[in-house]
Write a protein that binds this ligand. Structure first.
Ligand SMILES: [Zn+2]
Length: 74
């Protein structure tokens, strides 16, 4: 199985010490999809879709940065 980041323009692949996340179910997964569609309107989630750790806020494991309102600031 090839892990490849499905974020538009992101060239991360497995084997580069990068963590990959599969799409979670429910609200968070839907947030990911709408986030990705900002960059690639034709994006469709596939079973093999993964998002690499570089596209996340390091503090928020399962929330992509910039999408959501920040609940906390320090
Ligand atoms: Zn990526």
């Amino acid at each position: 199985m090839v892990n490849k980041c499905c974020v538009y323009g992101c060239k991360s692949r497995a084997g580069l010490n990068i963590r990959f996340h599969r799409f979670p179910k429910g609200d968070i997964g839907n947030k990911w999809i709408s986030y990705l569609r900002q960059f690639n309107p034709s994006f469709e989630k596939k079973v093999s879709s993964n998002v690499c750790g570089l596209n996340f806020d390091p503090d928020l494991d399962y929330e992509i940065s910039r999408t959501t309102d920040r609940k906390t600031s320090v």
